[in-house]
Design a binder for this molecule. Structure first.
Ligand SMILES: Nc1ncnc2c1ncn2[C@@H]1O[C@H](COP(=O)(O)OP(=O)(O)OP(=O)(O)O)[C@@H](O)[C@H]1O
Length: 261
């Protein structure tokens, strides 16, 4: 448990003179739930995008399992054990729930398109294994009975869980979740809480960006706080919630603009 799985070392990026993220470092261990919080514009999404290979960092390193993965493309990161979900749902609404879960297995696949077209035995075997794995994932996120429904007919909370199921298809060591509870009601948020806790309990590290402060305080083992691109605090939820620098950062933003705590 003590080994660091993800190590963020002095990450930074500048957009047209603005230091969107400046010298941010922290670590995540297997099975740990780490949340990144901060007022609007603090740099959370930009940090996430650098860690997950969408932006090339201007400075610093991303180490995954002791290997330097800075700037690797998302599909290569997925092969090395990092998956992510996005703030805006990336679900194929007109496909079934099962087909969406199966899509997660094809993210990094090297199988030949020609082999698939010719329906060769290898392709058939891969497809059968993906379907079987996808059904197991749907059961894990409580969607097994919805497998054959069109994804577009699901509730918002169920779609969020489907997205997490798809991200789990490649058996990641670390899962990056960008606002998993955004747009969810209290019951749906609680279901997502339980799912995240269950995934972490299975040994997968979780890195979370979330605006729902009550959820963050409930489920995080460790919280990293950003303000104006810089890390201003990190620690356990109880300590973070009474940290004067954190309180000042949130009070400094427009009233009601940040957490719903
Ligand atoms: N592609 C970009 N080009 C220029 N500036 C950007 C870009 N992306 C983000 N920024 C700026 O960088 C800063 C950090 O933005 P970022 O979206 O990372 O913050 P955030 O903490 O995720 O905010 P929110 O909570 O509102 O999602 C902001 O000042 C933003 O305007």
């Amino acid at each position: 448990m003590s080994e660091h799985l993800l190590s963020i070392e002095g990450l930074g990026i500048t957009f047209g003179g603005l230091k969107a993220v400046d010298d941010v470092s922290f670590t995540v261990r297997p099975g740990e739930i780490v949340s990144v919080i901060g007022p609007n514009g603090a740099g959370k999404t930009t940090l996430f995008n650098m860690i997950s290979g969408i932006y090339l960092p201007g400075r610093g390193k991303v180490m995954l399992g002791g290997e330097d993965v800075t700037g690797l493309a998302p599909n290569l990161l997925a092969q090395r054990g990092m998956s992510r979900t996005f703030q805006n749902l990336q679900i194929f609404q007109s496909m079934t729930v099962l087909e969406n879960a199966i899509a997660g297995y094809h993210l990094t696949e090297r199988g030949s398109v020609l082999a698939d077209l010719l329906n060769l035995p290898g392709s058939r075997r891969r497809a059968a294994a993906a379907a079987e794995g996808a059904r197991a994932l749907l059961a894990r996120v409580g969607l097994d009975r919805a497998a054959d429904r069109e994804a577009g007919s699901l509730s918002y909370g169920a779609l969020k869980r489907l997205e997490i199921a798809r991200a789990l298809a490649l058996s990641p060591k670390i899962l990056l979740l960008d606002e998993p509870a955004a747009g969810c009601n209290a019951v749906e948020t609680e279901e997502i809480d339980h799912l995240i806790a269950e995934v972490a309990a299975s040994g997968v590290a979780i890195l979370l960006v979330e605006h729902d402060m009550k959820m963050v305080m409930r489920i995080s083992n460790h919280i990293v706080v950003l303000d104006h691109g810089e890390k201003i605090a990190e620690g356990e939820p109880a300590a973070i919630s009474r940290d004067p620098a954190v309180i000042a950062a949130y009070l400094g933003t427009e009233a009601g603009e940040t957490a719903d705590a």
